[in-house]
Design a protein around this ligand. Sequence first.
Ligand SMILES: Cc1cc2nc3c(=O)[nH]c(=O)nc-3n(C[C@H](O)[C@H](O)[C@H](O)COP(=O)(O)OP(=O)(O)OC[C@H]3O[C@@H](n4cnc5c(N)ncnc54)[C@H](O)[C@@H]3O)c2cc1C
Length: 342
Amino acid sequence: METKTKKEGGKFALNEYDIIIIGGGVAGMSAAIEAKRNGINNIIILEREDDLGGILNQCIHADYSMEGYEVKLTGPEYAQILIDKVEELNIEYKLNTMVLEIKDDRSIVAVNDKEGIINIKTKAIILATGCSEMPKGDMNILYNGCAGIYTVGAVQKFVNIEGVLPGKEVVILGSGDIGLIIARRMILEGANVKLIVEYMDQPRGLKKNVIDCIEAFDIPLKLNSTVIDIYGKDRIEGVTIGQVDNEGEIIEGTEEYVKCDTLLLSVDLVPEIELLTNLETDIHTENCLTPENRYSEMEAKGIFVCGNALYIHEEINSIYEESKAVGKKAVSYVEEKFGNNM
Ligand SMILES: Cc1cc2nc3c(=O)[nH]c(=O)nc-3n(C[C@H](O)[C@H](O)[C@H](O)COP(=O)(O)OP(=O)(O)OC[C@H]3O[C@@H](n4cnc5c(N)ncnc54)[C@H](O)[C@@H]3O)c2cc1C
């Protein structure tokens, strides 16, 4: 099917695609590649950043395995293999293009700096928008808005992509994998990671990351503990930490002041599904027991979800495999629904 483009009032371009993929991370690219291999030519990936690859672009440690490769790959190397396939298959993509809305008729409103607002029609949508870090407001620690408090994902981007070290004396709240990996990176870049504070009675990250990051770099870890107070006027100057009991209450007398200029929050990751919230469907229903069946109602309307937008994955290769299956599902939907009109 050929791509149609027409000008509406000289301002909006209207295009039509068989499948639109929102998000060009590992999930979006894998789904697109599989859709193309299964016979649908008229597809496009829309990506808000200026590169395909998604979060992988900031994961620069060599920790990713891929079938056919004997050595571990860095995130950008893993991403590049998929980008090369996207190019090889001539899959169309638009960068710097932010999708703002999915309408009930499946049309999409996006924006970029060259074309302005773009309206695109499509037969099926694959949402591969990844996840977000739960914002600071949810941490329930009072503070006056001073600088020096970041989420670990934001700091991974500062350090690994922008080449900026946001602080020297670091406390990390939470011991999830991204926090452990960034703790090691900050030490390698010259910072002093003074402490990792974890609310639970054991580290949350994978054993491998505990050994490679905490133990190998001798980073002090305080379990059953949390940050109680944050001090500093313009910039953070220190935190008080304390131990928690079984009920999550602070144990009196365990409070301890730790001087620091940076507090990193290794917070929860949540699927980025903002674009689905105005559609007529009950995606948050309690009855949706598994992520796979959560969107069955939407799939019947031609909207598919994959990668971390579906649920938070621990393993990148499962995103790759599952997203390929979603790409195939979208192709079947388009073929069954629209048959020869493709
Ligand atoms: C912060 C973070 C750090 C991680 N670090 C590591 C690590 O160090 N080591 C490790 O092994 N694993 C790490 N992971 C895990 C793993 O790399 C990811 O789970 C995986 O790459 C996610 O793939 P994805 O395609 O689902 O999402 P993403 O890679 O996040 O891709 C989603 C894409 O969608 C785009 N997008 C979102 N909304 C829109 C929109 N409205 N319009 C257009 N585009 C949009 C985004 O720009 C992004 O490119 C990390 C995950 C996160 C969230």
